[in-house]
Design a protein around this ligand. Structure first.
Ligand code: FAD
Length: 438
């Protein structure tokens, strides 16, 4: 069975859902394909806080708007949304209830006219002369073939580019890869009591507990935070390494099914250990209970595609502006790597100049080896360091917005993404409320 659309978006995370909304609103027939039973990817399956909307530092400047603002407005209509300062200095976070966000994404995507296929795994790609001509999707009813004039790879893991044979860097190949995290939530927390100890004291308790030999806590600098539900907290605490080098020198990371399977189980094992630590040692958690683990382990980086431009560390730290920029990012380079000292540390933050933001060029969304494929979200074209800054969900939404607009415009050009004038994409984005310059 074959279906045909102007634009097919693979993956419905912050980038893919936004891309589908934008492409449909700009006139394309759109299908959004998602392997999970709900939309949102990491934004609903793992997390509950958008970072990247604002610059960190002395004055919070808003750097992302457009469809991303509609997402937050949709969340506010359903319940409380908490704006809170990031204790590590990544700027103001927007904390929501993930269950609400699942419905907000559905309303916005279906409201745009885009079609959705859930429980649908893109498992192969047909390519001819750099053009993706068809996608093979595994469904409960068997394999389906879907044709597209333009494809947006928003799978996070660059699955489309991988199956198509387009070039990418495997995380771990050129720089240490960011680690994985299974998040969890606890209720019945005495939040007022928990507030009596600061971040440094929490980390000291983690160190003490780990050094006592009674608790196995690989990361001793993780965080917990309040949520819209009064006595519920959410955490980013566990740490799972996923990169190994085989005897013949190949890098294997969490895109390998066996590695991913082991990582999922190790993540859940660690959750129970951190829960035990919190209840035993941290004020406010004495009566708390575990209510949820993330649907799957959180993947920070796995594959980063080679695009027409590759954003670098130097460009991020000097807040470079590009003629073809489609969004902004003021977030620091936040790198969660394993502890080389074996002491549970290993997360680093490197800041842009205060109040500044780097541009995200449209060329970093154009897949180098393809004529009709765009990429958006955490698999976009950037080095390890640049990616560690431009991966927050607000930036993923900005990239998705731009990729969707560019994809719809490319349909009018016979699917050739490079025939779309960046200025036209920028004009459409500004008209949609996106922020392209400070
Ligand atoms: C532990 C952790 C903590 C983080 N903390 C924060 C934070 O607090 N705030 C913040 O803003 N950012 C945070 N980040 C970064 C941010 O969450 C991600 O970079 C961002 O969500 C990525 O969005 P995305 O749309 O690119 O990819 P994803 O959200 O990963 O979406 C990809 C989607 O594609 C689907 N998919 C994949 N392959 C296929 C396939 N073959 N066929 C069909 N569907 C497929 C997946 O199921 C998924 O829904 C964190 C990341 C992690 C892992």
């Amino acid at each position: 069975m074959t279906a045909a659309y102007d634009v097919v978006v693979v993956g419905s995370g912050s980038a893919g859902s936004t891309a589908a909304i934008a492409a449909a609103r700009h006139g394309a027939s759109v299908l959004l394909v998602e392997k999970l039973p709900f939309l949102g990817g990491t934004s609903t399956a793992v997390l509950d806080t958008f970072y990247g909307f604002y610059t960190p530092g002395s004055e919070a400047k808003k750097v992302v708007g457009g469809i991303a603002d509609e997402v937050v407005a949709g969340l506010r209509r359903l319940g409380e949304v908490v704006e809170r300062p990031n204790t590590y200095g990544a700027g103001t976070g927007v904390t929501y209830l993930a269950e609400h966000l699942k419905v907000v994404w559905e309303d916005l995507v279906t409201g745009s006219g885009a079609k959705v296929l859930l429980h649908a795994f893109v498992q192969d790609v047909e390519v001819s002369g750099g053009r993706v001509t068809g996608l093979v999707v595994a469904t409960k009813a068997g394999l389906r073939r879907i044709e597209a004039k333009v494809v947006v790879d928003a799978s996070g893991d660059a699955d489309v580019c991988h199956f198509a044979g387009f070039g990418y860097e495997l995380a771990g190949e050129l720089a240490p890869a960011q680690t994985l995290t299974t998040t969890f939530r606890m209720t019945n927390v005495d939040v007022a009591r928990r507030r009596q100890i600061a971040k440094d004291e929490l980390h000291a308790l983690m160190r003490e507990a780990a050094e006592s030999g009674e608790y196995d806590l690989p990361r001793r600098e993780g965080s917990d935070h309040i949520t819209p539900i009064g006595d519920m907290t959410a955490t980013v605490m566990t740490r799972v390494e996923h990169v190994t080098r085989t005897d013949d020198g190949r890098i294997v990371n969490a895109t390998d099914p066996e590695v991913l399977t082991r990582a999922e189980m190790e993540g859940r094992r660690q959750v129970l250990e951190y829960v035990r630590f919190l209840k035993d040692k941290v004020p406010g958690y004495e009566q708390a209970e575990l209510v949820a683990m993330s649907t799957g382990i959180g993947l920070r980086e796995t594959r980063r595609v080679y695009g027409d431009h590759r954003v670098t560390r130097e460009e991020v730290l000097s807040a470079t502006q590009f003629d073809d920029q489609i969004g902004l990012c003021g977030a620091p380079i936040e790198d969660h790597h394993g502890s080389t000292a074996g002491d549970g540390t290993g997360t680093t933050w490197v800041y842009l100049p205060d109040g500044q933001a780097v541009g995200i060029p449209l060329r970093s969304l154009v897949v180098r080896d393809s004529v009709n494929t765009l990429v958006a979200g955490r698999c976009f074209s950037a080095t390890h360091d640049a990616h560690a800054s431009i991966r927050s969900m607000a930036q993923c939404m900005a990239m998705g917005h731009a990729a969707g607009v560019a994809a719809a415009l490319a349909v009018e050009k016979g699917g050739e993404v490079r025939d779309v004038a960046p200025g036209l994409v920028q004009d459409r984005l500004r008209a949609d409320g996106a922020i392209l310059e400070l």
